[in-house]
Design a protein. Structure first.
Length: 406
């Protein structure tokens, strides 16, 4: 999982921002003796103003000492533009003109080659799944793509919906080595923010944005006589943006494999993460009548934090009970218009009774922190104010000691 949070404060509240970049992904790990090592790259962009953050990633280390389970790492790169409709700045309190919205929706079948598996390997008796290892998103506003008369305001977006997933994986026999076919989904919606309805010139809207996005995957194949890879049901949470409490929820309805009373180990990875804002700030008396009648699509917001973590996956083979804790949500300060944030998290669990597998327990200590700092283009804030250097991206090394199964 991950946790991103802007830390600059204006008076007593954190400063919220657009999203102009969002990055978290590891490099393929290396194994040396009892240690697994890797790096994780972080990036986060404000669009305009300066701020700083110490994001972190939660990870879980696993090693297969034989042929019980194999891992591959892939990434899928795409570049695309969007265009918001309608091209109008007249939605401010106008009963018949909706505010502009740009919708990006992509679904694609991806085939992952399973190099290293002998040609002719049968998929019978194997489980195959993929989970998200992260993503690398950068965007910018290209003036040449803006409709006539409209200028770029920033390189960021007020997003009201985000979802990325890799699901529906199936092993394919093929004529040579087997492959794994999965479906990937990407959904990004962005709109204006509520201030746009009152004065479109105060916070001008970018009608077109250019995206540069890579999605990273960890692909797994296991012998299902001793190890199972199990996609679980998705979890959903609703919280107000103004609610900054981190509530840990427990899912006790997990599917599991019956390996009897054999000593077992457990792991999990995220296959889906999404969030959606709405309904809009209809609880606010100023917006209530207007958005109920005319703006069914929630408007975007400045945000201060986004978080999604899973930990403490545990199964008791005696009482046949499995549980997983998860925390997810996003926040904004009371200087923004409040509304509900709906978050979604999907996981794939690993359950093994193999003596040739080592999976380290999920622990909150396994979180390499990065350092992000941006000196804003408005020149009102500088990284030097918090004794940091300007650094919109950071790559951090981390390692985990593996304890072989007794």
């Amino acid at each position: 999982g991950f946790d991103f949070q802007w830390l600059r404060r204006a008076v007593v509240t954190q400063t919220p921002h657009r999203i102009s970049a969002w990055t978290i992904f590891p490099t393929p790990p290396s194994v040396s003796g009892p240690e697994v090592s890797s790096t994780v790259t972080y990036g986060w962009g404000t669009g305009v103003d300066g701020d700083y953050s110490y994001p972190y990633a939660l990870y879980q280390a696993a090693v297969s000492y034989g042929d019980e389970m194999k891992f591959w790492y892939y990434h899928h790169h795409m570049e695309f533009n969007d265009l918001a409709q309608p091209v109008s700045t007249k939605c401010h309190l106008h009963p018949k003109v909706p505010c502009p919205i740009a919708v990006t929706q992509k679904q694609q079948k991806i085939t992952f080659a399973l190099s290293g598996l002998p040609a002719g390997t049968s998929v019978d008796g194997l489980d195959g799944e993929a989970v998200l290892a992260g993503w690398d998103l950068k965007m910018h506003c290209n003036q040449h793509l803006q409709p006539d008369g409209h200028k770029c305001n920033s390189n960021g977006m007020w997003a009201n919906k985000w979802r990325v997933s890799v699901t529906g994986c199936k092993l394919q026999q093929g004529s040579g080595s087997p492959s794994l076919e999965c479906t990937t989904d990407l959904l990004i919606n962005r709109t204006a923010n509520p201030d746009y309805m009152f004065d479109p010139t105060a916070k001008p809207f970018n009608f077109a944005l250019t995206y540069n996005l890579s999605i990273y995957y960890t692909v797994m194949v296991a012998n299902n006589s001793h190890t199972r890879l199990i996609p679980q049901g998705h979890q959903y949470q609703k919280k107000e943006l103004w609610d900054h409490t981190n509530v840990k929820y427990q899912d006790t309805s997990l599917k599991y494999a019956n390996f009897g009373k054999t000593k077992q180990q457990f792991g999990a990875g995220i296959n889906t993460f999404g969030w959606q804002l709405g309904p809009d700030g209809c609880r606010d008396i100023v917006l209530k009548n207007h958005c109920n009648k005319h703006h069914k699509v929630p408007l975007g917001r400045y945000l201060t934090s986004i978080r999604a973590t899973v930990d403490q996956f545990f199964c008791d083979p005696v009482v046949k009970y499995c549980s997983l804790n998860y925390t997810m949500g996003m926040t904004a300060p009371k200087s923004t218009w409040d509304l509900d944030a709906h978050t979604e998290l999907g996981v794939t669990t690993v359950q093994t009774a193999s003596a040739t597998m080592s999976i380290e327990p999920m622990v909150m200590r396994a979180k390499p922190n990065g350092t992000i700092c941006i000196s804003g283009s408005d020149h009102l804030w500088s990284c030097s104010f918090v004794h940091l250097r300007n650094q919109p991206r950071d790559t951090v090394k981390f390692h985990e000691k593996i304890h072989p199964v007794a």
